[in-house]
Design a protein around this ligand. Structure first.
Ligand code: GLC
Length: 407
């Protein structure tokens, strides 16, 4: 009898499983930390399910799991642009009673703001992100050129080095019809003094002449053969591989490139650098603010265990390990000047300045639809199916109709 009684507690002390879902590339990079978590928290088992590598595909899969009910995910690993939609739909638990304003102070405030909706926090920042311009230092040196400060210089330097036979292509950017296209495009808009949607007034700026100029600039890169024709089908990884394989002089991408392109087998190891995104002559430049963090699904049966996981990933020592291993952008301010990180990645203090000056994609609850509209028309203009003017006019009108609808 006593044997049975002794066995009962042992059998019921199974660890609680906390499940999350994320892009495959990042799931692999996070695995060492997941292992560390599981080794040090015997009462919880953290499990990552790997998804596709594109943010909007992962967003769609989370969305269907919430709409169907019974979502298998306890933790939601979220892109900054999903927060208003997920929060407005009631799919997330507010985190405010778990963390104080003082405890959030060490984090980049734009990330905290990006994780909030109607003054409540729904996403704890983990890693930040900001678009950058990469260039080949060896080739520019060979040609006696400085890195460009303007879009106009970028085109002329590219054409010059291509004509000299120093490099097959001048510039690659994310031109495929997906979220990465609009993330890149907000930087071009900013660089021409244009805007997409003002989140306060809901004014739409896409049919203003400056916005058309932004589209024309991207088209020019293709027409002048500075960018390869295939650029309209490239996401982040395709552009990274071209740059890393030594096929291109300039690249627009996120800071994760540094870690991968600096590995011993990279043909451009030690031959590239990065600088803040540039602009058209006389205009201001701006990086697009990206980034990822954790929220708790409203439907989870294990909110306490999910919060334990979030607390673990928010620790400074854990984030430092992740940044050192991957070269991603930290969400904690102290790490940009951390001696160990700066010894490995000397550009981090500069990165902080870029992140501080970054541009948000409009934080509105209809963001996914607004982005979809812009992706469609921008892609039509880039692939010559519409003129830049026609495309931006249509995109602006459809966006205005969307924002006028009361949802
Ligand atoms: C990066 C950014 C994210 C953005 C995505 C676009 O992952 O962090 O915010 O939406 O790229 O592809």
């Amino acid at each position: 009898m006593s044997v049975v009684l002794l066995l009962v507690p042992a059998l019921t002390q199974q660890p609680v499983t906390v499940k999350t879902f994320m892009r495959a590339l990042e799931a692999v990079q996070l695995q060492p930390l997941v292992d560390e978590f599981n080794q040090t928290h015997h009462h919880i088992r953290l499990e990552i399910v790997e998804g596709p590598n594109e943010t909007n595909q992962v967003e769609d899969l989370y969305t269907s799991s919430f709409l169907l009910g019974n979502s298998p995910y306890d933790l939601v690993y979220m892109d900054i642009v999903w927060v208003p939609k997920f929060a407005a739909a009631g799919w997330l638990m507010p985190l405010d009673d778990r963390i104080s304003t003082e405890e959030l102070e060490p984090f980049i405030q734009a990330d905290v703001k990006g994780g909030s909706y109607q003054k409540k926090l729904y996403r704890m920042p983990f890693r930040s992100d900001a678009g950058m311009l990469y260039y080949r230092t060896d080739l520019l040196e060979k040609a006696g050129k400085e890195p460009p400060d303007t879009f106009e210089e970028l085109i002329s330097i590219s054409a010059d080095l291509q004509n000299k036979g120093l490099i097959p292509w001048g510039y690659v950017w994310q031109g495929k019809q997906y979220e990465g296209l609009v993330a890149m495009f907000v930087e071009i808009l900013e660089g021409f003094g244009a805007f997409w949607v003002d989140p306060e007034t809901l004014e739409v700026g896409l049919d203003k002449p400056e916005a058309t100029k932004a589209v024309e600039f991207l088209r020019t890169t293709i027409e002048r053969k500075v960018s390869p024709p295939g650029v309209t089908t490239y996401a982040e990884e395709e552009t990274r591989l071209l740059f890393q394989n030594g096929q291109v002089l300039f690249l627009r991408n996120w800071p994760y490139i540094v870690g991968l392109a600096s590995q011993p087998n990279s043909p451009i190891r030690g031959k590239f650098a990065l600088k803040p995104m540039i602009s058209s002559l006389g205009q201001n430049s701006g990086a697009c603010l990206g980034g990822w963090g954790f929220g708790i699904a409203k439907t989870t049966k294990h909110p306490e265990a999910a919060w334990e996981v979030i607390k673990f990933f928010s620790r400074e020592d854990i984030l430092r390990k992740f940044i050192l291993a991957t070269g991603y952008v930290p969400s904690r301010l102290s790490l940009f000047n951390d001696p160990e990180i700066v010894a490995k990645y000397s550009h981090y203090p500069q990165l902080l300045e870029v992140v501080k000056k970054s541009v948000l994609r409009p934080p509105i609850s209809q963001y996914a639809q607004a982005s979809d509209i812009l992706q469609r028309y921008l892609s039509a203009a880039l692939t010559q199916r519409m003129t830049p003017e026609q495309a931006m006019k249509a995109a602006a009108e459809e966006t205005r109709r969307l924002l006028a609808k009361r949802t």
